[in-house]
Design a protein around this ligand. Sequence first.
Ligand code: THG
Length: 298
Amino acid sequence: MAQTVKAIAESINIMGTRSGSAMKERNPGPVQEMAKEESNAGAAYLDLNIGPARKDGTELMPWAVETVQSAVDLPLCLDTTNTDAMAAGFQVVKNKTNAIMNSISAQPERMEKLIPVAAEAGCDVIALLWGPDGMPRDSNERAAMAVDLMMALNEAGIANEKILFDPIGTPITLGADQIASGLEFMMMLEDIAPGSGSTVGLSNVSNGVAENLRKYLDRTYLIMLMKYGISTAIVNSYDNELMAICKGERQDLVDMVHAMMDGTDPDPSTLSGTALEHYKTYKVLSGQTVFSESWLEL
Ligand code: THG
């Protein structure tokens, strides 16, 4: 059976050229068009990212929720670091039990504010493995944060089945070791939090890389995460090839990369097209080839 990943479409974003200005102007048209496009591309959820929205978050998030809800029926993923905006957004979410809160990090003040909101809404929660000291350095720090978050969420009546752990993808420019530690955590997750799900913002891995090359890193990284059963991913749903991987339509490529992760390399002279792209990109993401922007030409 083909392996699938639920896509959380990321493009309705305050930083985006099309959605950002529409959100700032409270112009519903472009936001609703994008919601329909992401929905037609096969997204399972729509992420609504208003950023920190310090000034007007409690008004902007409900506007974004209502704007998108009147255009499409998909469950929403509310994405903001403003805890008041998050609470205000959930007030108007129609399908609360299927919506996602993005995110609760392992910072005490965020846990205190947001866990009651999530418990009340009955929504799913992304548990972001970002602590008081910032980015976790290795898989053990991720595991410690995951346990903290799981215990606090469980205590509030939020079961593991409602939690999506996000180990935080790290840019390839920081080195393959950091990517490996995120993957190592993914391997441990079922033992740490049985029954839980997972997610990763795929584009983190290609942060800082030339725009035209980013998609190759994001696609192969998703396949690597699938080895450890990632259940959802935050994706650019305008990348058809990435969506095909999510839908289970590239099982041959998934099988090839997973075999490489088990130590069985194909002969590259037998590969072409997308298979060769994934082969070369896996070599970079696994640290067997040193990253440079010419990795696909080597
Ligand atoms: N984990 C969790 N949530 C997250 C992230 C994560 N939310 C935010 C982010 N990371 C994921 N969302 C995006 C949204 C857009 C882009 C990247 C990540 C993006 N947009 C294009 C760009 O900037 O080039 C297009 C912008 C435009 O339209 O102009 O890259 O890791 N839990």
